[in-house]
Ligand binder design. Sequence first.
Ligand code: GTP
Ligand code: MG
Length: 195
Amino acid sequence: LFAGQVEFLKGVVAMDGLPPADRAEVCFAGRSNVGKSSLINALTGRKALARASNTPGRTQEINYFTLGESHYLVDLPGYGYAEAPVAVVEKWQRLLKAYLSGRQTLRRAFVLIDTRHGVKPVDEEIMRLLDSAAVTFQAVLTKADKVREQDREKVLEQVRAALARHPAAFPDLVLTSSEKGDGITTLRAIVAGIA
Ligand code: GTP
Ligand code: MG
């Protein structure tokens, strides 16, 4: 699975633009700039498949990628602070929420959390939405390379405690670095195992 099997399909700006709900899909959600697009690139081994940048608010559409014949990977716009006009941000936030709570074929949401920052109130808001919609979600810590090993445990504890309060959350954490490759094989195996 993965290598050579992922292609960009389309960018979606409204719910009626979603592709037919004919495949299982997994999505990557998280605060702006947390590393969603970079993680998709690392998972697929394709450097510039999803556009990543240092500007929060880079991804402004729901980007669909086909994975083999049976799955979609979905790169979402971020939530929280973004460098874009307020009206534009509000439009994509509405779309993001509609998608997360209303996509029947969404099998799992990966909720990305920056290892430097832990779970923030906006993450809690998204996790509550996923609870309400009964969408199973799994936390993925990003940018692990930016935190020294001895400083990670504190954040991991905070994230575990937060997840324990959400019925739709998987308890296990995946620690990743798209830059260094940590956790990528593990996460790839998890995605591949989602029916
Ligand atoms: P939006 O689309 O704006 O919501 O952002 P995003 O969550 O898709 O983040 P993106 O992948 O664009 O990455 C944001 C910035 O973080 C870029 O400058 C990346 O190079 C950097 N980045 C992403 N992952 C890592 C990582 O694992 N380690 C380090 N050091 N930097 C990373
Ligand atoms: Mg992005």
